[in-house]
Design a binder for this molecule. Structure first.
Ligand code: FAD
Ligand code: SIN
Length: 598
């Protein structure tokens, strides 16, 4: 048996060597590819691939060797002088091979959302790609023939965004052997894009600032925001475990000290890092560090294509398509589905809400909804699939979300006539509808110096070229193409409302800062699809509910893949709470289930 395996391994290596040298040979005439350029510089296959040449799905050796020769992201950010530096982005330190490919044309991952003229050495310029193309790209090279390879774990987690990391860390810490699978070349999902913060009621940070909050209020506001269509039991869990969720994040090393207000809420409940930094990149960095510290088995380029079940509602594992390793099976006692939402899937969005098809999406390219389909295939029930959220403020024609916290920090929404037209801190369904009711179906955020200084994300929008700046309101109006006298009157009235702590025009409850100089700023905004409230039905134990109404055995889900928590309209800041609260419940319950099953 052993000899057979050795012979098989030798044969596989020989095949891989031949394949590699063929690719190498092909590249030598196309020095545009990295392998050709390396070859010209006398770098050998083994210098990049390591001695075995075989590439695992994480492309571990390649990335280690890339960094060994070229340095880490910090070194490269210091060396490369571009205005917008891809080695210093909110994606954090990811695999080099997520962008730099050896034997095919490279792609700048950033260009899915942005349209930078990103020059990758030896690769030419990459133009913006469609979502479909990127998803195909993520599993390119996969061999679809059934593999005999079978592994085992206690718990398999599908999708390495926030919910997936939280569930995996929790299950691991409870003693389970966990494998966390991510189909994209980098981990993070939509969670890594989260801009505003995490909502939590009655936290020590609120109390430190003398703010009174109550989970009961969070329940009320979440239900009202969700038009009372939420599952009230899930909402209670969300709210009453939210302060614990923040403590958990802090215990992992996160900074949640800054507070801001989100729409539809009467208190500053949205927690974020100091200075108003975006919450998502910070949390994903913390999660990645914690996963590494625990030696968690995290695999990128690893798409779950099937959840395995015994046909009687009990899950038994998953089938995975590894980018390099092909199809294989992981047997597991419990599976946690944390594969996120589908707001990047144009077809699926169009199916459920035809009017939203072809609108810009704020989501990462992998937010295409397979997590729901996989669960449905083995009998899971789904809920509210047609409830798709439109965020009021995407930056003009771009895919960049302008965070609600910009309004929370004091910015106003102004139409093309230079006038306010809505309470900026209403729920986002209402704010989006108000913008779409304008003849131009777009609006402007207008803010001043104090607001800019309070929210470091605004400096990011300036770097991205999304912000108009001027030394006076009249000059800003000219740049925006709106009447100067109207905008001047709007700003004066708003500043009076700030001073009086009363907004007679739109009853905005919180005006934390005026729109003041010396510089004034505006951002052109349009609504875009942002969040899918519907998904897999779960109960308060994060167990997936089957079509028969019963909890499925060994099957859990958390985060945007689920439905019921947010009803028909999610409040800003509540999704990250969802990922942490239900990610923890799913992880703990899966680990307990495994222990009990042993
Ligand atoms: P994700 O983080 O999306 O992770 C799911 C992962 O599963 C992805 O990485 C995906 O690639 C992977 N996956 C999918 N299918 C498979 C498969 N078959 N096999 C393997 N892997 C798979 N919410 C807030 O509360 N506060 C905010 O400030 C905030 N800001 C936001 C800003 C932006 C731009 C966006 C897009 C969303 C924001 N949200 C915010 C919403 C929030 O970020 C998401 O709802 C939440 O992070 C979802 O987390 P998740 O772990 O459930 O899914
Ligand atoms: C934002 O910052 O506007 C996004 C917050 C969210 O989606 O919860």
């Amino acid at each position: 048996m052993r000899n057979k395996r050795t012979i098989l391994a030798l044969m596989m290596s020989a095949v891989l060597l031949v394949a590699a040298s063929l690719a190498w040979g092909a590249d030598s005439s196309k020095s545009a590819f990295l392998s050709g350029v390396h070859k010209k510089n006398n770098v050998t296959c083994a210098d990049c691939h390591g001695k075995s040449i075989a590439v695992d799905d994480n492309e571990t050796a390649l990335n280690k060797n890339c960094k060994g020769c070229h340095g880490g992201f910090a070194d490269l950010a210091a060396k490369t002088k571009e205005h917008i530096n891809p080695h210093n982005s909110h994606l954090g330190e990811t695999n080099c091979t997520a962008c730099h490919k050896g034997h095919v044309a490279s792609k700048a991952y950033c260009n899915y959302c942005h349209s930078f003229a990103m020059k990758i050495p030896a690769m030419g310029t990459e133009k913006e790609s469609s979502d479909k193309k990127w998803v195909q790209e993520s599993s390119k090279g996969a061999k679809d023939q059934k593999s005999a390879r079978t592994e085992s774990a206690d718990v398999v987690v599908i999708g390495a965004g926030g919910s997936g990391y939280v569930a995996s860390i929790t299950a691991h810490d409870a003693g389970a052997k966990v494998i966390l699978l991510e189909k994209m070349p980098i981990t993070g999902g939509n969670s890594m894009l989260a801009a505003g913060g995490i909502n939590a009621a009655r936290t020590r940070y609120q109390e430190r600032l003398g703010m009174h909050d109550d989970p009961a209020e969070m329940v009320k506001e979440t239900m009202k925001g969700g038009r009372d269509k939420n599952d009230p039991e899930l909402v209670k869990v969300l709210a009453y475990k939210s302060a614990d969720a923040v403590d958990f994040l802090v215990s992992l090393g996160a900074d949640m000290t800054d507070l801001v207000r989100s729409g539809g809420v009467a208190v500053d409940r949205t927690h974020r890092p100091v200075g108003g930094a975006a919450v998502g990149p910070h949390l994903i960095k913390v999660y990645r560090e914690n996963a590494a510290k625990r030696n968690l088995d995290v695999r990128v380029n690893s798409e779950v294509v099937q959840i395995l079940s015994d046909g009687n509602g009990r899950v038994t594992g998953v089938q995975v398509r590894g980018k390099h390793s092909g199809l294989y099976t992981i047997k597991a006692k419990a599976v946690i589905d944390t594969a996120g939402g589908f707001a990047a899937n144009n077809e699926l969005v169009g199916f459920y809400k035809p009017q939203f098809k072809e609108t810009a999406s704020s989501n990462q390219p992998g937010a295409t909804g397979e997590g729901v389909a996989l669960a449905q295939k083995i009998g899971a029930n789904v809920i509210d699939m047609e409830q798709i959220q439109i965020h009021p403020t995407m930056g003009g024609e771009t895919k960049v979300l302008i965070s609600e916290t910009v309004r929370g920090s004091g910015a106003i929404l102004v139409n093309h006539a230079g006038k306010r037209f809505v309470n900026e801190l209403t729920t986002r369904d209402k704010a989006s509808a108000a913008i779409l009711a304008q003849p131009e179906k777009s609006a402007f955020l207008v803010l001043g110096e104090d607001i800019r200084k309070s929210n470091v994300q605004i400096d990011g929008y300036i770097v991205l070229g999304l912000v108009q700046q001027a030394d006076s309101v009249a000059e800003l109006a000219a740049k925006m193409g709106v009447p100067a006298d109207a905008l001047t009157a709007t700003v004066e009235n708003y500043n009076k409302a700030f001073a009086a702590k009363k907004d007679p025009e739109f009853q905005r409850q919180d005006i934390p800062r005026p729109v003041n100089g010396p510089k004034y700023y505006s951002i052109w905004v349009k609504p875009g699809r942002h969040h899918t409230m519907g998904g897999v039905k779960i109960n308060t134990e994060a167990q997936v509910i089957g079509k028969d109404g019963k909890a499925m055995t060994g099957f859990y889900a958390a985060g945007e893949v689920t439905g019921g928590v947010h009803g028909w309209n999610r409040l800003g800041g509540n999704a990250i709470t969802d990922t942490v609260v239900f990610g923890r419940i799913a992880g703990a319950n899966a680990a307990r289930f495994v222990k009990d099953a042993k």
